[in-house]
Design a protein around this ligand. Structure first.
Ligand SMILES: Cc1cc2nc3c(=O)[nH]c(=O)nc-3n(C[C@H](O)[C@H](O)[C@H](O)COP(=O)(O)OP(=O)(O)OC[C@H]3O[C@@H](n4cnc5c(N)ncnc54)[C@H](O)[C@@H]3O)c2cc1C
Length: 394
């Protein structure tokens, strides 16, 4: 039985959740983060935390799921428009936070990370800031990790939560397969004066020459996600000047001071060939293992499930309870990733229909929605891909 610390690389949401999941199993943890403690994470990122994730995090440490839910908001209006005409609208009664963990919550990823980091520190995780992992040497019995400051760390396992450009994945020689779709989205975070509680998907927004636009509220503001056309250029659509020009057509006049981030992302569907190396000493979780487009909120949420599964596999292995636990982890989480990727692919096909038949189907649904509500429901749901229990893997 090994009782030394396990290394986790990366203090993003998934690395923090992994550290919590290991501590929940009484395993000591050293978390190596490349950035400094006072960093500001750039760009707009995850907002939507699924109920399963809240439940999981609450089970890892009392109060964490509840704190996320308390800090987050729940929008109670869902609307869909097609060329400016409403095709779906539903208002739910406001959620009573006293009834337990909500069906979801929406807050900035930076706030999710702040709450998770606080929980990690309370749980006794040792966080090493300014510790960029540069190399990894796994052996049959342990693994040595080196950081840019010249320190070497030896542990029973290292969990790579070092994100999309994972050095550890590359060092372990694990490939990444999949595709990046052409085209890009512009995402803008806008801090609000009043809390917006309406999530709206606009098909072919009339003010945006037929581009799709999604607006999603979060605590203290909302995010605008513009799907650009194939021949759009990011330097033009996402420049502050361009945004200043097109944004009021979508959300009305806005004080520029309220715009906190403008970023660009592409639809990427990439999955690692394996979620563990051959020695079973290196495990991959979160974006180090898979990249999904944001629609459907699968990236961070499925990363939380990876985190718990990785911690469970390490705990079993260290107690010599199951020799195959790490390879089982790899197989199971890779299967979940493939399912999430397929669901994201279905969402992409819907949002970028390739032929006139698919486009015609959406137009027909929009025309019929006022008299046949299920067409409106289809238009409302399809941009997020099929609902699948594999988002988190439970
Ligand atoms: C616009 C947008 C919206 C999104 N919305 C959602 C959503 O609503 N719900 C959802 O589930 N997902 C969403 N996602 C995806 C989500 O943001 C990611 O899945 C999530 O950030 C992945 O977390 P991670 O911890 O795996 O990686 P990251 O967040 O990238 O964290 C990696 C960490 O590792 C550190 N690091 C990097 N290299 C090293 C190294 N060599 N050594 C040590 N540390 C290192 C980095 O500094 C960072 O702290 C969205 C993404 C985008 C772009």
């Amino acid at each position: 039985m090994d009782d030394g610390p396990v290394l986790v690389a990366g203090a993003g949401p998934v690395g923090l959740a992994t550290a919590l999941a290991l501590r929940a199993r009484d395993i000591p943890v050293v978390l190596l983060e490349a950035d400094s403690q006072d960093r500001v994470r750039p760009g707009s990122r995850a907002l939507y935390v699924h109920h399963d994730s809240l439940k999981l995090l609450e089970s890892l440490r009392d109060g964490v799921g509840k704190r996320l839910a308390e800090h987050g908001i729940i929008w109670n209006v869902r609307r869909t428009t097609y060329r400016g005409r409403e095709v779906y609208a539903r208002t739910y009664p406001p959620y009573d936070k006293k009834t337990g963990l909500p069906p979801f919550t929406s807050l900035r990823q930076a706030d999710t990370e702040r709450i998770l980091l606080h929980a990690c520190v309370q749980a006794g995780v040792t966080v090493q800031w300014d510790s960029r992992v540069t190399s990894v040497a796994p052996r049959a019995t342990d693994v040595t990790v080196s950081t840019a400051d010249g320190t070497s760390w030896t542990a029973s396992h290292v969990v790579a939560a070092d994100g999309a450009r994972s050095v550890i994945r590359m060092e372990a020689g694990i490939g990444l397969q999949g595709s990046t779709s052409p085209g890009f989205h512009v995402v803008i975070d806008i801090n609000g004066e009043e809390q917006c509680l309406e999530r709206v998907f606009h098909y072919r927004h009339p003010a945006m020459a037929g581009r799709h636009v999604l607006t999603v509220p979060y605590t203290g503001g909302f995010q605008v996600d513009l799907q650009c056309k194939a021949d759009d250029r990011p330097d033009i659509m996402a420049s502050p000047e361009a945004v200043r020009e097109w944004l009021p057509g979508v959300i009305g006049a806005v004080d520029e001071q309220r715009i906190t981030w403008i970023s660009v992302y592409k639809f990427r569907q990439l999955i690692a060939d394996s979620f563990a190396d051959e020695t079973g000493r290196v495990l991959l979780v979160g974006e180090a293992a898979h990249l999904f487009p944001p629609f459907g909120a699968r990236g961070m949420n499925s990363g939380f499930a990876d985190a718990d599964a990785a911690a469970a596999a390490i705990a079993y292995t260290r107690r010599e309870l199951a020799t195959s636990a790490i390879s089982e982890f790899s197989k199971r989480r890779r299967t979940a990733a493939m399912s999430n990727s397929a669901a994201a692919g279905a969402a992409l096909k819907h949002m970028r229909p390739s032929g006139s038949v698919a486009r015609g189907r959406q137009l027909t649904a929009a025309l019929l929605a006022p008299v046949v509500p299920r067409f409106g429901e289809w238009l409302e749901r399809a941009p997020y891909g099929p609902v699948s229990t594999m988002v988190t893997g439970y």
